[in-house]
Design a protein around this ligand. Sequence first.
Ligand code: NAD
Ligand code: IPM
Ligand code: MN
Length: 378
Amino acid sequence: MGFQTLTYGENSTLNTTPPNERRPQRIAVLPGDGIGRDVTAEAVKALLAAKERWSLPLELIEKPWSADHYLETGETLPEGTIEELRDDYSSVFIGAYGDPRIPDMRHAADILLGIRFKLDLFINFRPIKIYDDSLCPLKGKGAQDIDLAVFRENTEGAYVGVGGNFKFGTPDEVAVQEEIHTRKGVERIIRAAFDYAFRHGNLRVCMADKSNVMRYGHDLWMRCFEEVAVEYPEIESSHLFVDALAMQLVRKPENFDVIVTNNMFGDILTDLGAALQGGLGIAASANLHPGRTSMFEPVHGSAPKYAGKDRANPMAAILAASLMLDNLGHAEAANELERVVAEAIQSGFTTRDLGGERGTSEVGDFIAEKLLTPAVVT
Ligand code: NAD
Ligand code: IPM
Ligand code: MN
């Protein structure tokens, strides 16, 4: 079975943001650590090919912020960077962060979470989509059964870093780690999910929480969801506790179109989602705040064991670049880039994680070349 209906173009997946009017469109490219560097190099090839073919006003500016940079200089993000990204850039593209030499992820907290939080990118949009039946890990299911999007809250929840230790390192140690849920934060992500569902023909929206146990924070989610759902009478809305949703996503993924959930549950569910679509090697992600500088990245991490070995699948990063092009108002280029990735998968031109024998850069070259040489329609 072939390629699914695209959701770009007229029904732009990401038209949460009007086409960015800044010219040129400056993109800060942060390859980061490990395979982040390998896959970003390929995403850059695809972006440069798209720039050439469609004469896009893109200007790519690479930034060195990474584990290496931090270990050499002690600097994570230079002072004033967030303001610069906010004011002078249209987008940020990130490869991945994580390095075994920095076990507390101090640099990633400042760079990756810093950008998400300080640019207030409250929507973490993670599509879960299969490009070929052969990638489906579920018995009796195929590409038509798996096509959904997760709206992960991206600025609060368990990620706020509020907490502390008492009697640290002693047998009586107490560790407290708070979740923060605000009415404003919960409402805006739920609204973003409903708006997206509405714009795409009244897709079904499911909210996942653990309000049976988290009687304060997740009860706020429950109440807020019920209130917003009333405003969208045409949309079929449902609620599942996250444990039940994890099971249902494996049993009946076809029952879901849009899932909205908190930061931590969204993180976990989207790795599960990546497995449903063929693996972390093809799962892409957009961090958005409509109308502002947004950030794009693969869902996967720095996979240190594959770093620099020409083993990593660059498709997640390339699909993140496609989401970015769409967000910047270049729907045709975004659409075509996604189609070419699908073509590579369907013709078996893939890295080993997808069953192929190609290297990272071969796959990147294939995709960039196909993008530059449009198929002749006879
Ligand atoms: P990971 O996503 O880096 O890798 C998990 C496994 O998935 C890999 O061992 C590999 O088998 C597979 N995989 C991931 N990406 C792949 C690709 N492009 N091609 C082929 N296979 C791929 O997760 P991890 O091992 O749990 O974490 C490694 C480091 O990355 C940690 O420091 C973690 O904190 C960090 N991390 C960063 C991000 C991010 O930057 N957004 C996301 C997740 C994890
Ligand atoms: C992700 C990652 C990050 C997260 C880590 C690296 C902080 O797992 O983007 O999914 O938890 O959000
Ligand atoms: Mn994750």
